[in-house]
Design a protein around this ligand. Sequence first.
Ligand code: S3P
Length: 415
Amino acid sequence: MGIRGTLKLPGDKSISHRALLFSTFTKGKNLIHNISTGEDVESTRICLLNSGVKSSKKNNSVEILGGKLKDSLTPLNCGNSGTTTRLIAGLLSGQEINATLIGDQSLSSRPMDRIINPLILMGSDIISNNLQLPLTISSSIIKGIEYEIPVASAQVKSCLILAGLGAKTPSHFYEKTPTRDHTEIMLEKMGADIAVENNLITVNPLTKTLNNYEINIPGDPSTAGFFIGATLIIPNSKLIIKNLLLNPSRIGLIKVLQKMNAQIHIIRQWDEIGETVGDIQVSYSQLNSIDLVKDDIPSMVDELPIFALIASQADGITRVTGAEELRVKESDRIKAICTNMKEIGVNIVELKDGFIIEGNSNLKGGHIKTFNDHRIAMTFEIADLLSNEKIIIDNPNCIDISYPEFKETLKKISI
Ligand code: S3P
C-alpha cells in the first residue's frame, strides 16, 4: 500500500467564497474557474442568489454578474459555513441590506460575538440569539472605526473590511497575528483603496465600482494537507500536486512538516491574481516530533486534525499549545482529535488549548465520531489506510462540505 501519482485539486475554499462575494462590488460579468466543489461555497452562492445576484454554474466554472445586494425575502441559509456567515454579515452591513442569517446545528452554536461587537460599533443594527445565529441585520448607515481584532481570525478581519468598504469614513483594523490575506489581495487587485502595513489594515470607503475579474482559483492547500499527510506516513509513497495555492499565510503545515524532516519540495512557483501558486513534490519521510505554539496556528488552523495524525507517526513527542480556536470550529476539534486518536490506539493528552501526542504509534481499528466535521472525517479516512484493522467513520458524507471527490481521488492515487 502506498500513495503514487499526480493531482490537481479543486480551487481553494477561502478564495472561492471571496470570488463570489466580491462580485457585488462590480458591474457586469465576472468569471470564476476551478471553484471549490464543496457545499460551503455553494451555500455562499445560494445566499447571493437569494439576495438578487445573478449567477450560473457549469462544471466548476461560475459566471456571476455584478451589482449591489437586495433585501432577501427568505432567511439566508449559510449551512455549515462560518466563512459565508461572517463575510456576508460584513457585506450586508456595508450595503445597508435587511436580512436574516441562519445555519445548521453546528453553525448555530458557533460564536458570532466576534463579528457582532465590532459591527455594532460601526453602527450596524444586529439582533442575535445570544450572540449566535439566527442573526438579523437591519439596514443602517455605518461609520469607520479603529479596532484591534481580539482573535486571530481571517473571517472576522474580512467581515470588517467588507463593512468598512461601505462605511461613511475610513477604518483601521489591527490584527496581532497575521491571518490569511486573500481578502486584501483580491480587493486591492480589483481597485479598492486598502492599505496594509505592519498588521494594520486601512480601509477607505468605496467611491466607485471595482474592476471585473476572470480568475482561475489555485488548488486548496487545506485539502492538499490530507494527501501530503498520507504520502509522508505511508511507506513507498510519492506524490506531485500541481497548481496549488502557496500563499505564505496558508502553508504553515508545509513549513512545519519541513522542519520535521519532511521531503516536500516546491518544483515550480508563479504568481496568479496576486497569489503565490506552485507545483510540489512530496515523498514518504522519517519524521521528527515538534512543538507548536500560538503563533504557529493561524497559517495551519484547518490542518491541525491531519497534523495530529502525522505527529502520531513521527519520532518523539509532539506538543501543540495556543490552539484554543480549534474548540470553536465546525466541531470542538481538540476534543474530536483526542477522542478519536485514543479510539485507534494513540497516546494523546488533551489540553485546554491543544494536545500532547506520542509518536511511532501503531494504529488499531475503531469507530470514529466525526461530530459531522469534514476535516475529522478525512483525517481518519487517511488513518484507515495506515491501520491493519478497519477504522469505521460514523458519517463520511460530511466530507461533502469541503471536498466531495475526496474518496474517489484517494482511490486513484492509492496503489
Ligand atoms: C477562513 C478562515 C479560518 C478558517 C476557515 C476559513 C476564511 O477561520 O478556519 O476555514 O476563509 O477566512 P477563522 O477566521 O475563524 O480562523
